[in-house]
Design a protein around this ligand. Structure first.
Ligand code: NAD
Length: 356
């Protein structure tokens, strides 16, 4: 490997528990460790049943259940949740659910400074990052603040048994995207490279097993383990072209988060591959292949995931617009980002042809 002995690495101060049943058996203990006695449990409307079980397990340490999380954390949803925290006299929050619920927990932490415990139910990885996001007037603002980093993360494979296979697959590939971009990030490091490789190996191995038997606690546990590692990579490094494209496609064109990551990843990797040989070598080892972009594309296809932006509802006219928006501002990427290059990438992703 080249250049790997020139790096900075910052450890994130958090505890991680992964165990079957941990959402109910470990969350109360995590709250106690943090000295928290009045926790508001937040979740999305569809996650209320699971969050109720966590709230019940907290017993008297639960100050209420707020089931109002929504995708991309609209600012009015955050305002309402902060109000609920104040009304309940809460001294901390537990966010139960996917990236949307954890995003709401982070917004509360950002506004109030209260500690957050995350109990993730997808593989999106937000629980491992100090990045928050808030949407106002259709535009999503994001920022980094250590105060939003969960103090404790409880991974419970049982919580994910209900995650439908299509969502499990796209959420898992969303996680892979974090590890892929961490491998060629300007601020990668030897430890991150190890976590990324292991995360990719674990997740790419687990997803076919999850698709085969969604109720398998073993497959679900391995996927969550992969999500933890991939999410840690996301939290520690600066993402490049792939995440930028997905941000534009989601933010400007309303495309769904995990599905968009799934479609774009093989093409973004193929685009960057010539400029990131070490990353490609690491991915090839993790995926046991000599063509990493193709292996990712094959994985999505084999598991029945969408493989074209057209399938996700993008139009041909949007492709040119998206290329323009995505190249409007410079950002870190191993290969120079040109409008023509991005246009070709997006055209291939639009059509869903094999990545080259
Ligand atoms: P999500 O939280 O919106 O969940 C997607 C859908 O899955 C929802 O309808 C939800 O109800 C359902 N769901 C979740 N867990 C389930 C389960 N176990 N069983 C059945 N249904 C379940 O989406 P997501 O993909 O987890 O997260 C995406 C959001 O997170 C985006 O807004 C993204 O920007 C954000 N995100 C932020 C970061 C960060 O570092 N800040 C990182 C990754 C993602």
């Amino acid at each position: 490997m080249t250049d790997l002995l020139d790096f900075s690495y910052e450890a994130q101060p958090m505890r991680v528990v992964l165990r079957a049943g941990a959402s109910v058996t470990a969350t109360p203990g995590e709250a106690e460790r943090l000295g928290l006695r009045r926790l508001l449990v937040v979740c999305g409307p569809r996650g209320a049943h699971t969050a109720r079980a966590v709230a019940d397990a907290l017993g008297p340490a639960c100050a209420g259940l707020h089931a109002r999380a929504r995708m991309h954390v609209p600012v009015e949803v955050a305002d309402e949740a902060v109000e609920a925290v104040r009304a309940a006299g809460a001294d901390g929050c537990v966010a139960v659910g996917g990236g949307s619920a954890i995003g709401l927990g982070k917004a509360i932490a950002l506004r109030t400074g209260l500690p957050l415990i995350a109990v993730p139910s997808t593989y999106a990885g937000s629980e491992m990052t100090p990045v928050w996001g808030l949407t106002e007037h259709g535009a999503k603002r994001t920022g980094r603040d250590p105060v939003v980093l969960p103090r404790s993360v409880v991974y419970d494979p049982e919580l994910t048994l209900s995650l439908p296979v299509p969502l499990s697959v796209t959420s898992g590939i969303n996680a892979l995207a974090h590890a892929v971009e961490a491998l060629y990030a300007p601020d990668t490091s030897p430890l991150i490279a190890l976590m990324a490789q292991e995360g990719v190996r674990a997740m790419a191995g687990a997803l076919p097993a999850v698709a085969d038997d969604p109720a398998s606690p073993d497959a679900r546990g391995r996927a969550l383990y992969g999500a933890w590692l991939c999410g840690s990579c996301l939290g520690a490094t600066t993402m490049g072209l792939h995440h930028k494209l997905c941000h534009v496609l989601g933010g400007t064109f309303g495309l769904p988060h995990a599905e968009t990551h799934t479609v774009v990843l093989p093409y973004a990797l193929a685009y960057n591959a010539p400029a990131a040989p070490d990353a490609v070598a690491a991915l090839s080892r993790a995926l046991e292949t000599d063509d990493a972009p193709r292996a990712l594309w094959d994985l999505a296809g084999r598991l029945g995931a969408p493989r074209s932006l057209a399938e996700l509802g993008l139009t041909e006219t949007d492709v040119a617009k998206a290329a323009e928006v995505a190249t409007g501002q410079p950002y870190a990427n191993p290969r120079p980002v040109t409008t023509d290059g991005v246009l070709a990438l997006l055209r291939a992703a639009y059509a869903g042809e094999a990545p080259r």
